[in-house]
Design a protein around this ligand. Structure first.
Ligand code: GN1
Ligand code: MG
Length: 364
């Protein structure tokens, strides 16, 4: 790989670069913090974009520019303060682009937001703020004038993800199918119900809206007081069902264990987090949600552990070609943990429905 400081030179930064250090724990891109010497200069974030996964970088960055421009406009209209802390700022190259190609890799840079934190777990209070923030994020983007491209086609299409799993099973490239039969059966048992969103969409009952599509709890930044500053990791912002953002936050935020927890006893669905997040989300997204979307929020809470189980298992069967892994059974461990989470979500279906009705009756 090229010298990182050479790549930084392609962008319009200010100040003297002091250090470049790895940052964050994403499973797809590589992220670094670029520190400058002068205290009054900003630090930066440098990212190598995984172009095996995001194959159309021009479309990707055009989407991100449109989204950040629109959010900035909305925040300005609402007379918000500290706007540069509430939306990401991308740096330009000499050619006026927000990415640079070094002959091998694509890179981009953002201004680092100081006194901002990401978390792998959140308490109910933070979840409530996160719910409002993701609801607002979708609401702000509801009238974006640009048409966003699908940066990963069929990204949250459950039928497509099951098709990919079937292809992986048929190829059985590294001989792992026999040992995962239990999970394949459990997945097959739920396939019809889990493809409900695609069915409702075909029937014209479920719209696609601009969504974030990767609302992992660690893709949101909080300030020192625990208030949400902004949503990060905008690569997958594209038209999808609102279930994407609601479901993927709960998959990560309401899991009492880790996404790849080896101890399945630690993995459960936390109803306190569910309640706080749902209350916030219904407040933030109230202006546009349809009754059918609201009615299916418990389905969304199950869909995302299920989809992630399918995706991790397919990658395990394929021989670990997509996600970064730290051991040869990492994707299997992830599959097991996501399946345990799904089972726990399923046990809470009735409680979830009751809570949502309560919220609606209270007029939220
Ligand atoms: C990836 O990049 P990161 O870690 O935020 C993935 C998500 C998965 C997630 C599982 C482009 O997100 O879809 O839900 O890992 N992003 C892509 O942890 O595939
Ligand atoms: Mg991320």
């Amino acid at each position: 790989m090229k010298d990182l400081s050479k790549i930084v030179e392609d962008f319009n930064t200010q100040g003297t670069i002091k250090a470049i250090k790895p940052l964050g724990g994403g499973l797809i891109n590589d992220t670094y913090k670029v520190e400058t010497t002068e205290p009054n200069n900003p630090d930066y974030v440098l990212q190598r974009i995984n172009h095996t996964i995001f194959q159309n970088i021009e479309m990707l960055q055009t989407n991100i520019e449109a989204v950040t421009r629109h959010i900035r406009k909305k925040l300005t209209e609402a007379e918000e303060t500290d706007i540069d802390r509430k939306v990401l700022t991308f740096l330009e190259t000499a050619e006026g682009k927000t990415y640079s190609f070094d002959g091998e890799n694509y890179w981009r840079m953002m201004t680092f937001i100081p006194h901002a934190h990401t978390y792998e777990t959140v308490n109910p209070e933070y979840s409530y703020y996160a719910g409002v923030a993701f609801g607002n994020f979708q609401a702000m983007l509801a009238d974006i004038p640009d048409t966003l491209g699908e940066t990963i086609p069929d990204f949250h299409n459950m039928e497509f993800r099951l098709q990919q799993l079937r292809e992986a099973v048929d190829a059985d490239a590294v001989g792992r199918v026999a040992e995962v039969q239990y999970y394949l059966d459990e997945i097959a048992n739920r396939a019809g119900e889990m493809c409900k969103a695609e069915q409702l969409h075909r029937e014209g009952k479920l719209p696609k809206r601009v969504c974030h599509c990767d609302t992992k709890v660690n893709n949101m930044m909080f300030d020192d007081e625990g208030k949400v500053l902004c949503v990060i990791d905008l690569d997958t912002v594209m038209p999808s069902y609102i279930f994407s953002d609601y479901g993927d936050f709960l998959r990560t935020g309401a899991n009492t264990g880790d996404e790849d927890d080896k101890d399945l006893n630690r993995v459960n669905f936390n109803m306190e987090i569910f309640k706080a997040f749902t209350k916030g989300y219904l407040e933030g997204a109230n202006s546009f949600l349809t009754p059918l979307e609201i009615e299916n929020l418990p389905y969304a809470a199950a869909l995302f552990p299920y989809m992630q189980c399918v995706r991790f298992l397919a990658d395990y069967i394929n021989g670990d070609t997509y996600y970064k892994t730290s051991s040869s059974d990492h994707n299997l461990i992830r599959t097991q943990a996501q399946f345990k989470l799904l089972q726990s979500v399923e046990e809470h279906t009735e409680d979830m429905k009751a809570f949502i009705s309560e919220c609606l009756n209270r007029g939220q």
